[in-house]
Write a protein that binds this ligand. Sequence first.
Ligand SMILES: *Cc1c(COP(=O)(O)O)cnc(C)c1O
Length: 408
Amino acid sequence: MIDRGYYEEFGGAYLPEILISTFEELIEKFQEAKKDPGFWGAYLDIMSTYSCRPTPITFAENLTSHFGGARIYIKREDLNHTGAHKANNVMGQGLLVKRMGKTRVIAETGAGQHGMATATMAARMGFKCTIYMGEVDVQRQRPNVFWMERLGAEVVPVTDGTRILKDAINEAFRDWVTNMDTTHYVLGTACGPHPFPEMVSYFQSIIGKEAREQILATEGKLPDRVYACVGGGSNAMGIFQGFMDDKTELVGVEAGGRGLDTGQHASRLSSEDASVGVAQGYKTYFLQDSDGQMNETHSVAAGLDYVGVSPILAHLKETGRVRFEAATDTEVVDALSLTIKKEGLIPALESAHAFVQAFKEAPAMAKEDIVLINQSGRGDKDIFTVADAFDDPTWQAFIREKAEEYNA
Ligand SMILES: *Cc1c(COP(=O)(O)O)cnc(C)c1O
């Protein structure tokens, strides 16, 4: 076990003996890179020329007058290449892979968003790429699989266990153990063994750094509250870090699914259903039964549907620095619908969770108060899932017609 990367009782690195030297190397190279100003410079350079950074903040004028309370601002991570904040993490890790002299990357993916981002980075940086994906998810997320394959990645359907994300993670670790010398495992969120929670948060901190400067330049003061959705916790950690030492209240919004009282949700920090345990190499709150078997989770947003959560956020819950709330599927579709109509913005279903909570609170706040919502990604690229969430009959008829064309 590596005796670092603890946030009080959370985090750590619970690793098989064989992976310890690889993690030691990763920790060392990451620490070196952090101390080298040229590294962050190279990161800013690639993010500004390849992924539209700095992403702007948008004043949501129409939503603000609709609710009649706090002034609502939106940080536009949806404008990143590949449509979400995930680009910040994969491009950063890609630069680190070059520094380590490795030639191949692997990743796990559930909904396919992190797989897409990783395959894109690998194409651009010239790495071989293998993506592990549960067989069930391969079937559910065909459009993302299509793009990953076009980008040159090998997509391996995992047939173990329940054939979803957690099984893909196990398979990716198995690959890594066999190919440590050439291969880096690009973990997708601020979870997993040390140094991943710290490293992923470090690359995502660009969101909060920019947002803090932008809101100060626009409003001359800091936001009163910042909202972010929480899957593994990387976009939330990204924006929260910009305001950690300020008076700004930080609010993380988890997937309330069909309701916290139904058991069909993915709320680890905002419900009483999760407990502390060790799995997948780190210690945090997991949705698990009393034998440590992971529960099935549910959310309309595939990217929030995860049994664990960042150990850093688990710690920030215990210290009270971050407040956690849950948004249900129905609330999410309503908030998404309103945002599209009022602002012409199409947040991802994941991001819409943060909008739900901001919309609940903004009306009761003073007119001079400011709230900032992180729009972690865009929804228009996920038309299959978004159209399903809206339950649109015309769309369903279109899909049936397409299917008949193929059958003919
Ligand atoms: C993957 C994803 C998330 C959830 O991941 P975090 O690590 O919690 O940020 C949220 N929003 C979008 C758009 C995503 O693609």
